[in-house]
Design a protein around this ligand. Structure first.
Ligand code: 6PG
Length: 250
């Protein structure tokens, strides 16, 4: 039996029995609500492997037929420094699982140019796109929905522990050197995350169970996901039972 808990007026935890289907159902509901209320929805997609099963569900009936695809604009929450056809590319994963399987106008797909040599310039160009295309709150682009995951080190998007982007207070999207990976990632920053109307963390698996009390209850600052706290929006954690196991929720 799926369960829902309100940890505060802006923080909800949902433990889902059928994670892909129930997360897809919530996305379909979100799309119906946002399109009915404002005619358009702007969503930043999560990368990694967890969202793949949800994206695949969205590309299939009944969800596929409930979503007004031409009204939804797809952006990226973060990306690896690889071309969009690379096996490690988050855009490649989302395209294969969803974007190439449903009728989304090309004009609604907003990919960051992660193949560019100059990733800082690519990030700046993407930030300019976001600022030009999204509503603004004190100059910061406001997403209707941002999908996120967490890594076992508590990173979210490509905000990894002890990286410069954690300290970014102005720019909504940056190139973030991740020395532990000897790589540079492209990512939304806390200013953009924390003005979003809705943030959904998609988390599954026992490996992340011990992180969740540290993030949701202790707000452990050593875990970057702890610092995602929307100022006026709502944060939902969509979990499977394994990930929720150590939260002690009845
Ligand atoms: C990425 C993601 C990253 C991801 C977490 C969880 O580029 O890898 O954006 O933040 O959400 O690493 O990844 P999994 O879903 O594969 O566990």
């Amino acid at each position: 039996m799926s369960k829902s808990h309100n940890l505060s007026n802006r923080l909800e935890v949902h433990t889902l029995d059928d994670f892909p289907a129930e997360a897809a159902e919530r996305f379909a509901e979100w799309s119906e609500t946002v399109v009915a209320s404002q005619g358009v929805g702007r969503v930043a997609l999560a990368g990694g492997s967890t969202p793949k099963s949800v994206y695949e569900k969205l590309a299939e009936p009944p969800y596929r037929d409930r979503i007004a695809w031409p009204a939804i604009h797809f952006y990226q929450g973060d990306e690896r420094p690889v071309p969009p056809d690379h096996p490690d590319s988050n855009w490649n994963m989302a395209t294969t699982a969803l974007l190439a399987r449903v009728s989304i106008p090309a004009a609604n797909l907003h990919r960051v140019r992660s193949e560019d040599e100059d990733l800082d310039a690519a990030a700046r160009r993407y930030a300019t796109t976001l600022t030009a295309q999204l509503p603004l709150a004190d100059g910061v682009p406001v997403f209707d929905l941002i999908l996120l995951g967490i890594g076992t080190d508590g990173h979210t998007a490509s905000l990894f522990p002890d990286t410069p982007a954690l300290k970014e207070s102005q720019r909504p999207f940056v190139a973030n050197p991740v020395s532990s990976m000897r790589s540079t990632r492209l990512t939304l920053t806390y200013p953009a995350l924390n003005v979003a109307h809705d943030i959904w963390f998609l988390v599954t698996g026992q490996a992340k169970a011990s992180l969740l009390p540290r993030i949701l209850k202790d707000r452990d600052p050593s875990l970057p996901a702890s610092c995602v706290q929307p100022k006026t929006g709502r944060c939902r954690w969509l979990l499977d039972r394994d990930a929720a196991a150590e939260l002690g929720l009845r």
